[in-house]
Write a protein that binds this ligand. Sequence first.
Ligand code: FAD
Length: 519
Amino acid sequence: YRELRLILGDQLNPKHSWFKTRDESTLYLIAELRQETDYVKHHVQKVCAFFAAMQNFAHALQQAGHEVLYLTLDDTQAYPDLPTLLQALLTRFKCQAFAYQQPDEYRVAEQLLDFATILKKRANPVRVERYDSEHFLLPFDDIPRYFSANKHHTMEYFYRAMRRRYGILMAEGKPVGGQWNFDKENRQALRKDDLAAIPTPLCFANDVEEILARLARHQISTFGKSQSKLLWPTNKKQALQLLSHFCQTCLPFFGQFQDAMSCQTEHSWSLYHCRLSFALNSKMFHPLDVITSAIDAYQASPERISLPQIEGFIRQILGWREFVRGIYWCNMPKYESLNSLHATRPLPDYFWHGETQMQCMQQAIKQSLRFGYAHHIQRLMVTGNFCLLTGIAPDDVDAWYLGIYVDALQWVELPNTRGMSQFADGGIIATKPYVASGNYLNKMSDYCQHCHYNVKNKVGPDACPFNSLYWHFLQRHEALFSNNPRMTILYRQWYRQDEATRHAILTQAEQYLLTLNAL
Ligand code: FAD
């Protein structure tokens, strides 16, 4: 072969310009690698989903007439890392050129950059070419135009720029409906009457027994519930089915119940969320495909899908998803070690098994272990909020989030976890920490009705831990946040309490912090 082209496990983009022409002298490589199964401990369904999707993609490329080499863990076990494997293949196939797509993770991007430098410096240099992954709406090389390091950026302004750039939900240069944001109309809690209407999630049944056997054979350390019939989409056809199911069934209520949480029905884990993050992050389809389908559905039946619903959805894909990627790239590698609140506590054990008496935590963790999935507000306001209030070390928090979710890749996980959720970046993403007491959880969910703890109480043996821990967090970081204009009301509320009440609340929180593992 003349050229070896690497396709990483999250670069399964069938529309990439690479595949527009067939060339017998080009060999495409897709490989299962220990460096990827081992850089963090992953949920077993996440590894299965990636390997199955990689295999399906290799098969689709072969069907389309491309030359593809798919290597399983069995084939790559002799190579300690990706560069060693690439080197061996370049020699074996006598390639004169090596090409790769810009990786989305800093770790891999650096590794390939170093490898490319070595190849170019050799006595018989190999020509190296880096391509854009052609997936994001903001091309990689445009990131510095919008983002700069160590600086707070506001998602809303970036999002509006992207709406204008792509003319999405725009009419004559103005946002459709006359406003950019419909958050006020959205974000409602589910009432009892709403529960019966929660849709049945569309789940697939992909046979991953061979992959599971391979993981066992190579003693890959994973966690979470193993499923021989994987529910996640592992090819483009399934991804499109899930998208269509979302547009038909969930989009009409997406924004409205975006922040709602429930444990009352067997479908509550998915609610009205699209669960397309794995298909998107592995690049099975383009974000514009998702946006276009959703807008088509809205335009076809505006009586079912209101503007706030579609806008709320577009904001996530065109806004948040692209935004966090920009933050990641302009702040790496420093970003992954930021710890502005000096949090040092280890992650409590129940993050790994879900056995805690806090109902909200139990639900969010057990569901994550069962499906490799939790929706945004569970990640942000339940587990994330808990880690922030209790001062868990961001390294521990990151490792958990990066491992447990099927959609977790560092470029999207890190800004969400370390930045948005843990405020460890000192405010690069968020203007204030996302902290909340039991009151918020009770308002947005039905968890508290089934909890061992009493959400109304701040002190006492059955007091909801989120209550005292919330005030303890504010008190502990008073110097940093009391002058934050978005938080002055909270501090005023705190200072209004008499000394004895404040003391009792702080003492209760101290007690909980000492016995975190027993909550
Ligand atoms: P929906 O709720 O249906 O949203 C639609 C789509 O919008 C998602 O598929 C996703 O592509 C995009 N989106 C929404 N919010 C965000 C966001 N904040 N950042 C980026 N994209 C967004 N998302 C990941 O893809 N991978 C992660 O590792 C990840 N880690 C997170 C960690 C924390 C602490 C938090 C608070 C959020 C994290 N998110 C992550 C963002 C978000 O929670 C998930 O994208 C979402 O829950 C995926 O489920 P869904 O596809 O049903 O999304």
